[in-house]
Design a protein around this ligand. Structure first.
Ligand code: NDP
Length: 251
């Protein structure tokens, strides 16, 4: 395999799938990791990549992912697998949901990073991209569990940049605001399509998965000595976390 390798977690949908496409277009051999193998296989065929079934919350599964990469020139890891489960207030916190968010967004990403770091260092020009969120920088009502997990993810990314000082691995944090992907809000609201749709109601143009992927690919394609530490992107209609411009049609 002569192309450098980019590993994208959560590549079976949304931002991860779009990032796999963008990095493949930039010349990477993309290794697509997630739990739903059927989706990964289809996308891998499209981008001439490699699908690997991986649950980032399982140590054995992540070990198998690292094993599948053995001997390859792994240059990029995009820690994208994650999501929000629930929108409960702290006083009603569903502890299992909060734990699940921490497991996937924080510990899952740390587990994969730890497993792949030796290869990234050995490449002499590695990059770790953390897809955190504006929820990693600011809080909002009903966002306690997700914001706590994303704040933790952001803290880990920042810590890692310090700890890797002097070694050839960049650490990039991408913080998107409102992105309309097919599954994120559906998962958040336990499959309730009406509640999921409400998130984007009246918003002219939320960000798309492709907008975020394009941004990730841009940061990765900078010369290796250029480290985009943190990049926040929001749709034009979202001036701040709480200030979303919505246009309501009257019938
Ligand atoms: P999606 O729900 O479409 O994507 C989530 C991806 O994560 C899926 O591919 C899913 O694949 C994967 N995933 C979930 N759990 C696991 C697991 N245990 N092991 C491996 N893969 C897993 O959401 P988005 O594309 O919208 O979100 C992608 C990232 O961007 C997330 O980290 C999210 O927090 C962040 N983000 C999203 C925003 C938005 O508004 N949409 C805004 C800011 C940040 P599978 O189920 O096949 O395992």
């Amino acid at each position: 395999m002569s192309r450098p390798v980019a590993v994208v977690t959560g590549a079976s949908s949304g931002i991860g799938a779009a990032t796999a496409r963008a990095l493949a277009a930039d010349g990477f051999h993309v290794v697509l990791a997630a739990r739903r193998m059927e989706r990964l296989t289809a996308l891998a065929a499209e981008v001439d990549g490699t699908p690997v079934e991986c649950d980032v919350t399982s140590p054995e599964s992540v070990e198998a992912l690292a094993g599948a990469l053995d001997g390859l020139d792994v240059r990029v890891l995009v820690n994208n697998a994650g999501g929000a489960f629930g929108a409960d207030y702290v006083e009603n916190a569903d502890i299992d949901g909060w734990r699940a968010m921490y497991e996937v967004n924080v510990l899952g990403a740390v587990r994969v990073t730890k497993a792949l770091l030796p290869a990234l260092v050995a490449s002499g020009a590695g990059t770790v991209v953390w897809v955190s969120s504006t929820a990693g920088l600011i809080v909002y009502e009903g966002g306690g569990g997700y914001a706590a997990a994303k704040h933790a993810e952001t803290a880990v990314a920042e810590t890692m940049r310090l700890e890797l000082s002097g070694r050839p691995v960049r650490v990039i944090e991408i913080d998107p605001g409102m992105v309309k992907t097919d599954e994120f809000s559906l998962n958040r609201f336990g499959g309730d399509a009406e509640a999921a749709d409400k998130v984007y109601e009246g918003v002219a143009e939320p960000l798309t998965a492709e907008d975020v992927a394009d941004t990730i690919a841009w940061t990765v394609s900078r010369p290796h000595h250029v480290n985009v530490d943190r990049l926040v992107l929001r749709p034009l209609a979202q001036a701040a976390q709480h200030k979303v411009h919505r246009v309501h049609r009257s019938n």
